[in-house]
Design a protein around this ligand. Structure first.
Ligand SMILES: NC(=O)c1ccc[n+]([C@@H]2O[C@H](COP(=O)([O-])OP(=O)(O)OC[C@H]3O[C@@H](n4cnc5c(N)ncnc54)[C@H](OP(=O)(O)O)[C@@H]3O)[C@@H](O)[C@H]2O)c1
Length: 324
């Protein structure tokens, strides 16, 4: 038996229980992994709270890293002893050990630690597909990125800066602003104190930006539309403040024939080759030092309840990992 977080009904952080579970042997196409750490992600909040319903009871967590301790039939490219990282369904990363599909696991290069992998596989691959596939950013252009000091945000600031893109980032307080700046964010806006639409217009001399990456949702989406240039792209990829009011197609034309996308990482890494290319690109920028994975909070897995409380209360910055 090993320990894992389970929840038997959706609700507040307290529904998560640290329980003994049977793991078993991996079946065909599966691996058993002894985990070093799991990553904490905002999507875990939507899943735990019921905002995104899942079958009950269930495990939680989509991101982790560790060592393969058993391999099922038909798995040819991974072996016992390999260190791997992953970010995908099925749920169950908040566990000391787990069985999972081999097709979502990626072998870790020697210079990427398990802790780094747990802090970046989901967040870093999200940045990769958002800036290179969903919308291809261009050197010299300016983008608006909301929640710039968060887990996804700090990776985005560094990666965009590395690509020669100017970043306007929003944050909830001055300390987070300093952090975002130190990670390559060129213009910081405290959206709790300033009107971010006005500030974006000021910074861009009235032109607006070609793309807004909005993971805050309810509180920012309408303002984000107003920050766009004609034919700009609004990439709404999360709802940290809640689900926004629905957008009528006519609103897109009113704002200058803008485009609206609501992408999910899992649709960009569904094929094995896509996953390996996306993860490989992430490993390269981290290995080169262009992007640092800032693990600013570490909790034991048994204290996941507190970790969730802190993430929801906007107390965290950068990546948070849960140690097995
Ligand atoms: N679509 C995808 O495939 C995909 C994949 C990964 C992540 N995401 C999304 O990306 C976003 C960032 O994820 P993350 O795990 O890195 O989280 P995070 O950015 O570390 O945490 C969320 C941040 O959102 C900001 N925020 C604004 N309003 C909030 C509110 N009412 N309650 C709580 N936070 C609020 C806070 O920063 P401030 O205090 O600075 O405002 C908070 O720190 C999430 O929305 C997540 O769902 C989407």
């Amino acid at each position: 038996m090993v320990h894992a977080i389970q929840f038997h009904e959706p609700g507040g952080p307290e529904v998560m229980k640290w329980e003994e579970v049977e793991v078993g042997d991996p079946g065909p196409g599966e691996i058993r992994v002894k985990q070093t750490a799991a990553g904490l992600n905002f999507i875990d909040i939507y899943l735990r709270s019921g905002a995104r319903p899942v079958p009950m009871p269930n495990g939680l967590g989509l991101e982790g890293a560790g060592e393969i301790v058993a391999v099922g039939g038909g798995v040819t490219d991974l072996a016992v002893g390999d260190r791997i990282g992953y970010a995908d369904l099925p749920l169950g990363a908040y566990a000391e050990e787990r069985v999972m599909p081999a097709k979502i696991a990626v072998k870790l290069p020697d210079d990427i630690s398990d802790e780094q992998a747990a802090g970046m596989m989901l967040k870093g691959m999200t940045v990769q597909f958002l800036i290179k596939s969903c919308f291809k950013v261009e050197k010299g252009s300016t983008v608006l990125w909301h929640a710039a000091a968060g887990g996804v945000g700090l990776i985005a600031c560094q990666w965009l800066n590395h690509l020669g893109v100017n970043v306007i980032g929003t944050v909830g307080n001055a300390e987070k602003g300093e952090l975002a700046k130190a990670h390559g964010c060129n213009h910081v806006i405290n959206y709790n104190e300033e009107d971010f639409v006005e500030r974006v217009k000021e910074v861009t001399d009235g032109a607006g930006v070609p793309v807004v990456y909005d993971s805050v949702g309810k509180d920012t989406l309408r303002g984000s539309m107003q920050c766009l240039q004609r034919r700009g792209y609004l990439i709404t990829f999360g709802n940290a403040s809640g689900a926004p009011e629905p957008v009528a197609p006519g609103e897109l034309s009113e704002h200058g024939s803008i485009y609206l996308a609501r992408p999910m990482l899992f649709d960009f890494i569904a094929e094995r080759e896509e996953l390996l290319a996306c993860a490989g690109d992430l490993f390269d920028v981290v290995s080169s030092g262009a992007v640092k994975i800032e693990i600013n909070q570490t909790y034991p897995l048994s204290e996941t309840v507190q970790a969730h409380k802190d993430l929801v209360a906007r107390k965290t910055t950068g990546s948070t990992i849960l140690m097995a």
